[in-house]
Design a protein around this ligand. Structure first.
Ligand code: ADP
Ligand code: MG
Length: 739
């Protein structure tokens, strides 16, 4: 079955099935158009999907040695996908333009079609609202005159689209995620306000809807006074573009700009595509072997273990010994008999038993040889903690490649290089380069690109947060952040995953894995390096707007990831989601000892698009009975310094019963913080989260630690409380709506 739609209109032929439709534009364009519509309708009725004309158009471009597909070509492709456009008939003479004008409902637009002209209106190549033949002739002549020095393919004659809400849909190739789609309202919204959203292609229905709702200009699409845009049609359009890009790997950039959206339907008014080398499909092959035993090994060899204090090999081995690693340890050092009383071996090949994990701490230049030796001995996982590789330049990169080739050929998984290994408190394993103090067996998993970062943070945080796993990934030569996310999320000891990333190597797989994980375990990501990558000269709008960071934000949202803005934010959120349940309603009940902090809390709640809950009348009555006479409002409830553990408890218990209360913020005095711990701990919250705000908490750390250990996260400002609550509420909403 072949359906040719280039040039418009069509020739359909399938002799085997006895179908043969030929439609020609001929002299009478009008007739051609009707036939074309008829052909499309017939094809739909007999259930034949148009094989799009993409290939023919690409071949044609190839013959002419160009990568830019002009408006009329792209619109032909789009129409082939059942995407509604203003179309683009091609006139090659003034008379032809007039003929086409007659076949189309007035008014019409004339536009230059030239392989040399990408931005048509900038140079006088677009003439709008032409209502009679004289105007068409005049416009034709003007365009031809303006582009004398250019190759002119023809002049496009097309219907004028009725005014609607203008949007732009773009596609560009992102260095990390491959094809990504951009969406925004046209004009100043895109150019000046940069109010756009990005998603990695392919899009799910949820993604398409969410990327429309994400932009600030969504309010304009929703409309006011009854005039709304057809958001479902827009969503379908995004999905069709996503399909088109998936089916045609030659598409490098694409701009539909503008598309007019109406209360019913839409029209693509202008379109272009830039072709590139066909994208190679990212391999979705499963990792060579799962990483379970890397996190729970039965034995570890430390190559470069040292008995000399101050050496990294001493630190790593000491960490393993002092934290009482549950499996067997083998120090490898040709100059030592034993280290910390454990028998040492000169080489890994001298170890008589099988070893699961080898940690390598020798200098970079000899590391590939050691990797090979490990592979030959049947080691399953290699952790290269040595530095001096790709981060140092060309020679380091070469050494890395050498290691990778060796490990791959043996099917051995390699972590690092330039990392600080893994801490897994659940098997008492600490592989860190820096000496690590006592740890508790917690439920938070931290995956960190940089080792130093991870260790530095742990020191203080372990007082108030329980990390179970800290995995550093370094240069991600083999095992990357996506592998780690996938593995750590499957660990039943881990309920929340934090990630510190400087880059993402997993590409699209990262989105897919995150999407799945975040449905059951919150994933909080801090991504650094927010510099713009898209500064190089680019031909399309989308590519120029696709600064790295906006793409990351969109893709993280697509993956259901909670994005943190800095370290403090990441840990503020992590402790909230690890200690408290997600709120099911947006109503927040605030209890405070001081009026001003109550007002600030109320503002913060509203600023975070949550609201103050409103108790049912009977509960209001009960609450009034509790309050001193001088207390006015019921939310925030302001006890004006007459608050203690018992009053807070009774107040919260009233809130627990209200159907309108989704969560609690309690504002407590730092100076008597400790006196609240037992009361707050003894409440049955019935699945509703609570956050404590304690101004000046830094000066009452002992009590803060008690409160945190009781499971109640403590923040210094109402804004931090409200932010955590709203992030949790939206996460819960997202989980519900994408189920
Ligand atoms: P370019 O982006 O190459 O400069 P466009 O085809 O987008 O050229 O035309 C510029 C502007 O003219 C569009 O943004 C739109 O506002 C208007 N325009 C172009 N074609 C039409 C049309 N067929 N109907 C209505 N408006 C149009
Ligand atoms: Mg345009």
């Amino acid at each position: 079955m072949v359906v040719e739609s280039y040039p418009i209109p069509a020739r359909v032929s399938d002799q085997a099935n006895g179908i043969g439709i030929t439609a020609g534009l001929g002299k009478k364009g009008y007739q051609g158009r009707i036939i074309w519509d008829y052909v499309k309708q017939q094809l739909k009725i007999i259930g034949i999907k148009m094989t799009n004309s993409f290939k023919q158009i690409v071949d044609q471009a190839g013959r002419e040695d160009r990568v830019y597909l002009m408006e009329h070509e792209v619109k032909a492709i789009l129409e082939g996908q059942d995407i509604s456009t203003t179309r683009s008939l091609v006139a090659r003479s003034e008379d032809e333009a007039v003929n086409l004008f007659r076949s189309i409902r007035s008014p019409v637009a004339l536009k230059i079609l030239s392989p040399d002209v990408i931005h048509k209106s900038d140079t006088g190549g677009v003439k709008l609202n032409l209502r009679n033949e004289d105007q068409v002739r005049e416009a034709y002549r003007q365009i031809i005159n303006s582009f004398r020095d250019k190759t002119v393919t023809g002049i496009s004659v097309q219907e004028m689209a009725k005014p609607g809400v203008e949007v732009i849909i773009g596609v560009t190739l992102d260095p990390t995620f491959g094809p990504v789609m951009m969406f925004g309202l046209g004009g100043v919204f895109v150019e000046i306000l940069k109010d756009v959203s990005f998603r990695s292609i392919p899009l799910s229905e949820y993604d398409a809807e969410d990327m429309i709702e994400e932009i600030k200009g969504y309010a304009l699409l929703k409309g006011y006074r009854g005039s709304a845009a057809d958001v479902p049609a827009l969503r379908d359009l995004l999905l069709k573009v996503s399909d088109l890009v998936m089916e045609n790997p030659e598409i490098k950039e694409m701009d539909l700009n503008p598309v007019f959206i109406y209360p019913q339907g839409y029209k693509v008014v202008d379109a272009r595509i830039i072709l590139g080398e066909p994208r190679v499909k990212a391999s979705r092959a499963l990792p060579k072997q799962d990483l379970h035993d890397l996190f729970y090994p039965k034995s570890i060899a430390v190559i470069g273990a040292s008995g000399t204090r101050g050496k990294l090999g001493w630190n790593v081995f000491t960490n393993l010994v002092c934290h009482n690693f549950e499996g067997k340890l083998y120090p490898i050092n040709p100059k030592a008999e034993e280290i910390h009383g454990i028998k040492a071996y000169p080489r890994i090949s001298d170890v008589p038993e099988p070893v699961d994990v080898a940690i390598i701490l020798v200098s970079a230049s000899v590391t590939p040889d050691v990797v090979k030796e490990c592979c030959n001995c049947g080691i399953k996982y290699i952790v290269v903690e040595s530095a001096g590789f790709a981060e140092m330049g060309e020679e380091g990169r070469r050494l890395e490649q050498e290691m990778k080739t060796i490990a791959d050929s043996y099917g051995v998984r390699l972590l690092g290089p330039n990392c600080s290994g893994i801490i897994n408190t659940h098997c008492s394993m600490v592989q860190s380069i820096g000496i690590v103090d006592a740890l508790s067996k917690g439920s938070i998993g931290l995956v960190s690109q940089a080792g130093v970062c991870a260790a530095g943070m742990l020191w203080g945080l372990r007082q108030i947060m329980d990390f179970g796993i800290v995995a550093t990934i370094g240069n991600k030569l083999d095992i990357n952040e996506t592998d780690m996310l996938s593995e750590v999320s499957q660990d039943k000891n881990i309920n929340v995953i934090c990630m510190y990333l400087e880059s993402v190597k997993g590409g699209r797989r990262f989105v897919d894995v995150a999407k799945q994980v975040s449905m059951t375990k919150p994933v909080i990501v801090l991504k650094s390096g927010r510099t713009e990558a898209g500064k190089k000269a680019v031909t399309s709008h989308t590519a120029s707007l696709a600064g790295n960071d906006q793409v990351f934000s969109g893709v993280f949202r697509q993956g259901g990831i909670i994005r943190a803005s800095d370290y403090e934010h990441m840990f503020n959120l992590a402790k909230a989601v690890s200690k408290q349940p997600l709120p099911e309603r947006d109503g927040v009940f605030i209890i405070t000892y001081a009026g001003s902090l109550g007002v600030i809390s109320a503002d913060a709640v509203t600023d975070n698009e949550m609201r103050l809950s409103d108790l049912e009348p009977a509960l209001k009555e009960r609450l009034r009975g509790l309050l001193p006479e001088y207390v006015g409002g019921l939310n925030p409830v302001d006890y004006t310094f007459s608050m203690d553990g018992e009053t807070v408890k009774k107040t919260i218990e009233i809130g627990v019963e209200s159907a309108d209360v989704g969560s609690f913020i309690v504002v407590l005095q730092a100076e008597i913080l400790g006196s609240y711990v037992d009361s707050l701990k003894s409440i049955d919250y019935k699945g509703k989260p609570i956050m404590a705000c304690v101004a000046g908490k830094e000066f009452a750390m002992e009590d803060v630690i008690k409160m945190e250990k009781a499971g109640i996260p403590v923040y210094s400002t109402p804004e931090q409380c409200a932010d955590a609550i709203s992030v949790m509420f939206r996460h819960a909403q997202r989980i519900r709506s994408s189920r």
